[in-house]
Design a protein around this ligand. Sequence first.
Ligand code: F0G
Length: 461
Amino acid sequence: MPPSTTSAPAVRPASFRFRCIACGDLSDRAAQNFRCAHCGDLLEIVYPDWKEVSLDPARLKSIWGERRLSQSPIDLSGVWRFRELLPSLDNSDQVITLREGNTPLYELPQCARITGVPRLFAKHQGLNPTGSFKDAGMTVAATFARLAGFRWVACASTGNTSASMAAYAARGGMRSLVLVPEGKISWSKLSQALDYGAVTCQLRTDFDGCLRLLQELVLRAPVYQLNSINPFRLEGQKTLALELLEQLDWQPPDHIIVPGGNLGNSSAIGKALLEMHDLGLIPRLPKLSVIQAEGANALVRTLREAGGKRLVNVQAETRATAIRIGNPASWKKAVHVLEATGGACEQVSEIEIAQAKAEIGAEGIGCEPASAVTLAGLKKLLKQGFVKPEESVVLVLTGNLLKDPDFTMEFHRGDLFKDGVDEKASAALRPLRHPPIILDATLDAVIRTLEQAEREQAERP
Ligand code: F0G
């Protein structure tokens, strides 16, 4: 029998403080909009204790490993298993968990052949309980919402945050309020929020408009905001990097590539890498690169046109609706981690996204369009020589294939790019399409189809 719980008597849990990313003001409390009381910028969570308690890296690694044998809910969570690097709780019953994290790291042999990068991996966050990476952050932020005594939690979302928030609120006995842009999120994501009991408002605006409204709402109503402006979210999302490094036996890959929307996830992964490096858990830093859709490229433009000094916001448009964001809240945090790890920032076209998504699908794992920007971006970074073929690369797949079936169906039916798209580029996608075939229900018809598929495969280069 595995032990029912593992304790870590030699390692104290972390007490934490809020620090403003601009003026550095330290505080024990955060305002309801999670903005600095002095300068209005974003807050991050810091752990002044870490210096004093001298966390021993070997001991931490062994405790985290031992917990994998435990059956207690807090240890079964792939997030709370790493709790020494998270804000501390008084007791483990306080946690709202759906056994998030514990996501696989896959090899990608076919994409490795396509890109010419043999050591290519995917960390599939789409295999979280609600189908996206948001769950890792939500378990922490929802837990602290309930501890703070809130009955209502709320978020603006392109769909995944709202699905995740609604699920964790339901598990934790809280009500949830969802603000999403009308007509701009997939039905799969919207339907999750409905099933988990959220009050769901489809607002006649875009994501940026929803987030603006939410920031005002939290100052007027007793609701707790669960967007990634909330620094507890980012603490939970840090564990993606901890778990990844554990899966790689603490040998850092050369590159980690992540999609960029509101830029919370890249900031969280970067924070984790910097903390791991500071604590001696890893010997060197991987380069963290962020990829955006061309039509939602605020960070790309912020770096190219303003040297990362001021936000260049855009009117966002992309079929990768998860990252259809023009005014990313965490842009300063993302600029910081890109600079600190030496990563790059690139943009990819709609065709490149669709092609990469189909190529990942052909590996038998699949992902949603926003996640596929990582593979499309890798191809660009290889062309530019920023990534070398002999280096190791981890793509962070942020959402499940089932999150956006409309995109997938339109792609395979050939309906995704009807107008205004370069014919040649679109033709390159043809071999990746597998449209459904409607037949009479006869054996002959099915056998003829099978033979036709064999012939087509043989003709392929
Ligand atoms: N990939 C997926 C599948 C997402 O849902 C998101 C963001 C991102 C990437 C970008 O992550 O915002 O941290 O840079 N979705 C948010 C939402 C905005 O509301 O679900 P980010």
